[in-house]
Design a protein around this ligand. Sequence first.
Ligand code: 5GP
Length: 346
Amino acid sequence: MRIEYDIKLGFKDVMIRPKRSTLKSRAEVNLERDFKFLHSPFLWTGIPIMAANMDTVGTFEMARALAEKKLFTAIHKHYSMKDWNVFSKNKPLDIENYIAVSTGISKNDSELLAEIFKQHPYLKFICIDVANGYSEHFAKFVKRTRDRYPDKVIIAGNVVTGEMVEELLLSGADIVKVGIGPGSVCTTRIKTGVGYPQLSAIIECADAAHGLGGQIISDGGCAIPGDIAKAFGAGADFVMLGGMLAGHTESGGDIIEKEGKPYRKFYGMSSSTAMDKHVGGVAEYRASEGKTVEVPYKGDVEATVQDILGGLRSTCTYVGAQRLKELTKRTTFIRVNEQENRVYSE
Ligand code: 5GP
């Protein structure tokens, strides 16, 4: 047994220190980024915020709404071939730049993935997602996927440490997804004791990825727009959101009414709700590692996106970053023991 004593930080442990700036208005801030990838020859331009590949968030409807604003959606893996065909028939122009096809590492998953790409070769992004990206088997799967799809942009995860980011990039991933346990409906830390505070995970993994010419996605733990700014400030190239995009018109999850008010169900992809729905229950050898919650219905996602992007533009003006790309360089985090004033929050 060994103990590491340097403190690892989460979003709530820091704030971003304001800096002198020549920017006059938020309108001057450009949130778009251009990326070249480590393996894939594609170039990408857009606002690097993503909807998570959860069946309550990574929906086709969400993708349509977010792509209009140049934001990205990792489409969840539970759509059938027929669903993809229907979607592709009236696909919005340019949608291939803003969606990824998600897959696990089972035989069924990879067969469906292959069929989706065979029938819809216009698609460009693959998101290979497992709860624990540390198995040797996973890195081998990433390698096989790279061999099979040499041009596609491959996202792989989740991990939280630099050495594993490097291994996945060297195995063929272009972008590594970072986050174990920070998610709003995740109970991994409760069930297993495993995890890594997200801000430190981003700082360490971004450093490893950028050294090799790869990118990272900070996945999970953003509860308010300020957390997204902190994730970018720490070095994330993309930020993935679950809970913040749940409960909208474009989200999935049953709509329920309680005391006259509408709610939408939101649940972790390893919750018993998700496992009952997709694989006929929680297998005997495992525990559910996700929660099921009901979130108040929030209306169309457009207003939430505007709120998020407005907050991020404002962060950039506070530190003098004219482009999102400059935010990390201009970020100094201060360690804090307080966050917002909660006198009027319930
Ligand atoms: P959020 O933005 O809601 O804080 O986090 C979203 C992320 O939580 C997802 O992208 C995914 O990585 C993670 N997640 C989703 N469902 C589950 C689950 O059932 N268990 C765990 N451990 N993580 C989950």
